[in-house]
Design a protein around this ligand. Sequence first.
Ligand SMILES: NC(=O)c1ccc[n+]([C@@H]2O[C@H](COP(=O)([O-])OP(=O)(O)OC[C@H]3O[C@@H](n4cnc5c(N)ncnc54)[C@H](O)[C@@H]3O)[C@@H](O)[C@H]2O)c1
Length: 426
Amino acid sequence: MTRYHAMREVPAAAGFKEGDVLFLCGELFGRGYANGIVDEARAKGMTIIGSTVGRRDTDGTLRPLNAEELASAEAILGGTIINIPLEAGFDMEPGKDGVTPVDRLKGVKPDEWSKVTLDQDELNCAKERGTERFRSNLAAVIAQLETMLPAKGNLVIVHTMAGGIPRARVFMPILNKLFKGQGDRFLSSEAFWNSDMGQFCNMSFNEVTADTFSYLIQATAGLRERCPVRYAAYGYHGTEVLINGSYTWQSYTPYLQGWAKIRLENIATAAWEQGIKATVYNCPEIQTNSSALFLGVENSLYPLLASLQQAGEKTVVAECQGLLKAGVTLNDLLSCANTYLSSELVTSTRDYDTWPQHNSPAQQEYMLNSSAQLIGMNEEGKEIICAVLSRGVFRGVGKLMFESSWDPQAPVFWLNHDVIAKRLAS
Ligand SMILES: NC(=O)c1ccc[n+]([C@@H]2O[C@H](COP(=O)([O-])OP(=O)(O)OC[C@H]3O[C@@H](n4cnc5c(N)ncnc54)[C@H](O)[C@@H]3O)[C@@H](O)[C@H]2O)c1
C-alpha cells in the first residue's frame, strides 16, 4: 500500500512558457478535472494538444470523431486533437469464439447477476485484443504528436482516463442499486465484487484506469530521449477534509475503482524508480460526468468552504453563499456535513490501510439521506453549491499539479482541502 504523502505547501511557480507543450491523454469534458491544468497551460502560452476516446457507431465500430464532433471537441480543449480513437478496455472486443463480453451478457436480467458465469479464458482473450488495439492506436497518436513537437521545449503529459464500466445494458440497473439503492433496493458491493460480473468490472477498471498510464509511459519512451517529459495522472485514495476542526482523512464508500487507483499509484512509483518523472495526484471528491453515478460522493466537498474561509478566500465562498435557500446559512450547511462526516456510521469503517471499503445498508442509507438533505439547502432552480466548489477544486488542483510538474518531487501526492484552499486564496 502506498505510503500516505500529502502536499502541504504550495509549490513555487512553474517555468513553463510558450513553445512548451501539454498533451492530454483522455478527452476533455466541460466540468472534468483536466480543465484546471489545461487552463494553467493555456495561460502560460503553452501549446495544447489533445486526444479523443473516439465514438462507437450503432453497429459497434470504433471510429475517430467526425468533422463536427472534432470541431466542437477542439473548441472545448482550445487546441488541436489528434483524431485517432483512444478508447481503452475490452468490453466490445471479441473473444476466441468471436463473442464480445457485452454480448455474452445480452438477455441477462439485473437480478440474475450472482448466477452469471463468465469464462476467464474468453475474457483474457478479449482483454489482450483490447490492449493490442489501444496500444497500436496510442503508438499512432504518439507518432503524430512527435511531428507536432517543436525542436526544443518541455513536454507535460497528462493522463485523465478512468472508467471501464462495461457497456452491457444489465450493468446500469445493478450499479444504480449498488451505489444508490436503499432498503429493498440495497445491493452489497462486496457480494457483487466477488461475483463473475464484479470481477469482470475489476479487470476492466484496471485496464482503463490504471494500465493505460503504463502503456502511455512506454509509448512515449522515444519522446523522453528528445525532450524533458513530465507525466501527471489523476488518482483518488480518500481526501483530508476539515472534520470537527481538524484535517482528517476520509473516503467515499463504496469506491470500486479504488483497487485500480492503487494500481495506478504503483505504476507511477515503478516508473519513478527508473528515473521517469511520473506523478499521480490524488484529488478530492467532486462532481463531474464520471462521478455523477456516485451520489453522496459530494458530501465531503462541503467542508472545503470552511478551509476557504480559514485561508481567507472570498470569491468562491461568496458565490456559494448566494446559492443557499432563504433562511439557511453556510454554518448550517457546514454543520450538517460535519455531522455526517463524524457519524459512527461513517467513521466505523474509515481505515486507510484496508481502503477501499464496501458499503453496508445503514451506511449507504445515511450517506444518501445526508446527500439529499445537503442538496436541499440550495435555492431551487439555481446552480448548486457543489458545482461551484467542484470548479474551485479543479482550478486549485490544476494550479498545484501544473506548478508541481515543473520540478516533480514524488510519484504520489495527495492534494487535500488544506493545500487547495491555500492555493485558491493566494
Ligand atoms: N470526480 C472525482 O471526484 C474525482 C476524484 C479524484 C480523481 N478523479 C480522477 O480525475 C480523472 C478525470 O475524471 P473526471 O472526474 O474529471 O471525469 P471526466 O468524465 O471529465 O473524465 C474521465 C476521462 O476518462 C476518459 N475515459 C472514460 N472511459 C474511457 C475509456 N474506456 N477509454 C479511454 N478513456 C476513457 C474520458 O474520455 C475522460 O477523459 C480520472 O482519473 C478520475 O478518476 C476524479
